[in-house]
Ligand binder design. Structure first.
Ligand code: U2P
Length: 270
């Protein structure tokens, strides 16, 4: 080939090579990120402060249970977890650590909707202890690759999901309001969520109190059932294993600095 013709076709050859090789490389990277197989779906875990905060024994500035009138009266975020269909999940998928600077602009929203409901510092992936957000990002967020490739995108998406799927108002509208005396049928709570979001949740109880409600999503954020018929460890993801037939949704009560209940919130804020 004469040199001039070679210069003319070279850019096309480079483009062609890129177009044919990059999908293969992308698949390889995505299916084995830092040695972990790519996840199958997301579980979005929400916690009920009425149940969590009953266990509070001490207060500290970061404990959402001790916020007086700013105390959470709605389901708050626990985390968005990439999971496998067999009931297991990947964790700690990258060598990088949580960087609070990356989510500085989200801090107010995160404090309100994703508060820690305890004073204990959870463990981090690379040693030591850290904030609730650091723990959730390092343990779970880093495994959400290739859907999320950085900390900021992960936290923004979790907040958006929280605003879009308002579990507290769905339950409230169906008559499942916080109460220290009423018991509600577990099946009724599950049906209310199914009717609203067209997928069945997973509910986790502490004794007979609802502690967590988990919604599940495909990787494109379409809702899916948390337990699929083909799950191998199906018992792990059914609410029946964790909850009795009738459950309670205890009224959220703020805790004082000495660890006693001091502030009862009457109406839920939607
Ligand atoms: O359920 C107890 C703890 O196990 C972790 N978990 C549970 C279900 C799931 O799908 N993925 C998962 O990670 C949670 O651990 P954490 O994020 O709190 O460290 C959950 O609290």
């Amino acid at each position: 080939m004469p040199p001039l013709t070679l210069w003319l076709v070279l850019p096309f050859l480079v483009l062609l090579a890129a177009a044919t090789t990059s999908p293969t490389r992308a698949t390889t990277v995505a299916s084995s990120f830092h040695g972990q197989r790519e996840f199958d779906y997301f579980a979005f875990a929400l916690q009920w402060p009425g149940t969590y905060c009953k266990r509070t024994r001490s207060c500290c500035p970061t404990n959402g249970c001790c916020r007086g009138s700013n105390f959470p009266t709605v389901f708050t975020i626990h985390g968005l977890w990439p999971d496998y269909n067999d009931g297991t999940w990947p964790s700690c998928c990258s060598g990088s650590s949580f960087d609070p600077k990356e989510i500085l602009t989200l801090t107010n929203s995160l404090e309100q909707y994703w508060p820690s409901l305890s004073c204990s510092k959870p463990s981090l992936c690379h040693g030591g202890k850290g904030t609730f957000w650091a723990h959730e990002w390092e343990k779970h967020g880093t495994c959400s690759y290739p859907v999320f490739r950085n900390e900021y995108d992960y936290f923004v998406a979790v907040l958006n999901l929280y605003f879009k799927y308002n579990v507290t108002s769905v339950l409230n509208d169906a008559g499942y309001v916080p109460s220290n005396t009423e018991k509600y049928p577990l099946g009724g709570i599950i049906s209310a969520i199914e009717n609203a979001f067209h997928a069945s949740p997973q509910i986790v109880c502490s004794k007979d109190s609802v502690e967590e409600l988990r919604l599940c999503f495909y990787k494109d954020f379409q809702p899916r059932d948390c337990a699929l018929g083909s799950d191998i460890k199906i018992n792990m993801v059914t609410s029946k294993k964790s909850c009795p037939k009738y459950v309670s949704l205890p009224e959220p009560v703020s805790v004082s600095k000495t660890g006693t209940m001091d502030f009862k919130v009457g109406a839920m804020m939607m």
